[in-house]
Design a protein around this ligand. Structure first.
Ligand code: FAQ
Length: 328
């Protein structure tokens, strides 16, 4: 019961739900427990709405910012076939952002407000896209392993409770599975290629491993939102569980290619749990709060796109003929 009654200050969930109508809250939680989807016009606690906006918005930002490190490789991808495939992938990622912004809009935050929060640095987006893609192999590692991580997260969360987000995730996962195959094919080509190609892909893997370990979010011991998000089936597994799933599926594939992971403590123990060196959470915090190697550059690109596209948005939103050239 979380109405206006006495709230234990140590009970985080109770504090978040203070002031909610206990009967409505109870009915809402019963629907979630029964596996029903919550739709935009349904009653929902303020905290559920707030958490969903935060998470879906950050996810949408990650997709458009995520298009940037790979996008710079379109003109330099080796061969016409790979250029075409990369162009299609980047286009898909931007399309994912469109789906996700639309899903977040159903909760009452406008797209303009979301974009504004991104370009002013108020909103977060995935840590991984704040690192540079130095070589073609970096773009290949992103397409294989970042997409793999994204699929693990999104296939699970597509079974969650908020209808518009789950439907967007279903569509996104289908497209991501093509990206994963494309990324895997590129990495296999490099790992089974010349000495120079093998060194290039090994270098990229070594650079990307720490950000990939961070990608699933802080360890469960220090995650802020997992408890309430799992209670409401927005997140269907904890950060550590998703990280374990990723390690279980991809470490053997990486080792099969003869590649080396830069963690001497990485091993599967007798209980089937992957052990690893604790990721550097201070570095993670620095990067997600604007201090990574590419944060300033990524936001500058988005700000520029926003400025340069202003006249198009104005033209679409106006009924005046300022932008229409009269026919002679
Ligand atoms: N990066 O309490 P938790 C993709 C923040 S899509 C940055 O554990 P939560 C496709 C978190 O926001 C990739 N920040 O948070 C693609 C919170 O800060 P706040 C994106 C992170 O929400 C591929 C604080 O840390 N995917 O890659 C990260 O319960 C290739 C405390 O953390 C999604 O967004 C991070 N990695 O769990 C595109 C999926 N992790 O808000 C192009 C949906 C945590 O309190 C090329 N999101 N933080 O200031 C989720 O599943 C969850 O939000 C987690 C984090 C699992 C990311």
């Amino acid at each position: 019961m979380y109405g206006n009654a006495y709230i234990d200050p140590n009970d985080k969930a109770a504090a978040m739900l203070a002031g909610e109508d206990p009967q409505k809250l109870d009915a809402f939680e019963k629907r979630i427990a029964a596996g029903e989807k919550i739709e935009p016009k349904d009653w929902m606690p303020r905290e559920y709405r707030k958490q969903l906006i935060r998470m879906i918005e950050q996810h949408a930002h990650s997709e458009i910012i995520g298009a940037l490190p790979e996008g710079t490789w379109i003109t330099r991808a080796p061969g016409f076939r790979r250029k075409l495939a990369l162009m299609a992938k980047v286009q898909d990622e931007v399309g994912h952002a469109q789906l996700l912004y639309s899903a977040a809009e159903t909760l009452g935050k406008s797209r303009e407000a979301m974009i504004n929060d991104l370009i002013t640095g108020k909103s977060k987006y995935s840590n991984v896209f704040n690192y540079p893609a130095f070589t073609w192999a970096d773009a290949c590692i992103i397409a294989w392993l970042i997409d793999a991580g994204a699929i693990i997260n999104q296939v699970a969360n597509a079974k969650g409770s908020y209808g518009p987000y789950c439907r967007a995730l279903d569509r996104i996962c289908t497209e991501e599975s093509f990206h994963l195959k494309y990324g895997h094919d590129n990495v296999v080509t490099l790992a089974t290629g010349t000495q120079k190609q093998r060194e290039m892909v090994q270098g990229a893997l070594t650079r990307w491993w720490p950000p990939i370990m961070h990608f699933f979010g802080p360890s469960d011991k220090i995650s802020n939102h997992t408890e309430i998000l799992m209670r409401w089936k927005v997140k269907m597994a904890s950060n550590d569980d998703m990280r374990q799933q990723f390690l279980n599926m991809y470490v053997p594939k990486i080792w099969d290619l003869g590649l080396v992971l830069p963690d001497p403590n990485l091993k599967k123990n007798d209980a089937g749990i992957w052990e690893y060196t604790e990721p550097d959470w201070e570095e993670f915090k620095k990067v997600i709060n604007g201090g990574g190697p590419c944060n300033a550059e990524r936001l500058a690109v988005r700000r520029n796109a926003e400025e340069r596209g202003r006249w198009v948005r104005e033209a679409l939103n106006t009924s005046e003929s300022k932008y229409i050239v009269p026919l002679a």
